[in-house]
Design a protein. Sequence first.
Length: 379
Amino acid sequence: MTPETTRSGIAVRRTALLLAATVTGGLSVVTPAQAAYGDTEFRSVSINNGKPIVLGTTGTVTVPVSAQIYDDSGGIETIDADLAGTFLEGPVDHNMTCVQTTSTVSTCTGTAILSPAYYYNDSPGPIGLRVSGYAYDGGQYLESTLYPQYEDLPGGDALLLKETKLAAMNATPEPVRKGGTLTFTGRLTRPDWNTTEADGTKAVVGYTGQPVKLQFKKSGGTSYSTLKTITSGTDGKLKTTVTANTSGTWRWLFAQNSTSSAATSTGDGVTLLKTSKLTVNAGPEPVTKGAKLTVSGRLTRATTDAATTFTGYAGQSVKLQFKKSGSTTYTTIKTVRTNATGYLSTTTTANASGYWRWSYAGSDTVASVNAAGDGVVLK
């Protein structure tokens, strides 16, 4: 049923109900605060299999509905049922299929197709099933699960919620150094059912002032843990930082509330750069001006994020740098590659007193590092 047909059907059935009230003099428009009449009553109800009904900005949601309805005459002759103002699919007076399951109870099933086109920002919350028609004995009935007497009725209501969304998690930088700062951004949105766009869809707006969890799953892990909860800012924007200690995947999580659905962002995996170490030794010390100076060292990298064990890092380009005494800047003299066990060794000419060091720019998986300078004085 299209939304236009749904709205038309509602108008026709409401008109028929009012006309019936005029003819019989006994039927009036009943609000949820009023009591039902006759002996017809709900015994149990299921709306959307007990799950919340989540609507976004466009499209429809098909909602299964069932109810056990009691009447001492033995059953239901006709039935018009509506859910949150939308009549169930089917012909007038028979939009639920009712089967007599006991001498006094009928089990009725049907389907409602809900569209956000007919709801407003004050619509979310508990919604109920309303039925009207005639029982086998000719008695007229009008029942709603939102009447006070059905307060404890199992399945008597369902939550109508706005579809909340979280933009994809974005964590930077990627990869990150151990102990470095990771920055996370995102956005929390939901529909504005009071505003319709030119294309007929409902508008999307930022959901401000809501608690959103930052969650992390360690590489190789199977579950997420919450590291902190932040509040969405202007236009639903999210931003926070943490210290990076291990590789894994990060995501945002918003919990369902009374008007909006839960939402989870896609995860963003961030690899932790392995910690590296670099040593240097320049000799002889002191050295004669113009003589050869040998500079050696070793580049190692951590074997795990915990950085408790290290191994030689082979085949890496490492710069030999020199800083003259009294200067604040290192200058690159040459580039040397590490051997199979991460060792470095080269010779150079000593022309001034100062400090020698190795400098490694890092790789896709290992962090950059500079050795502490080794001072050599000319004699």
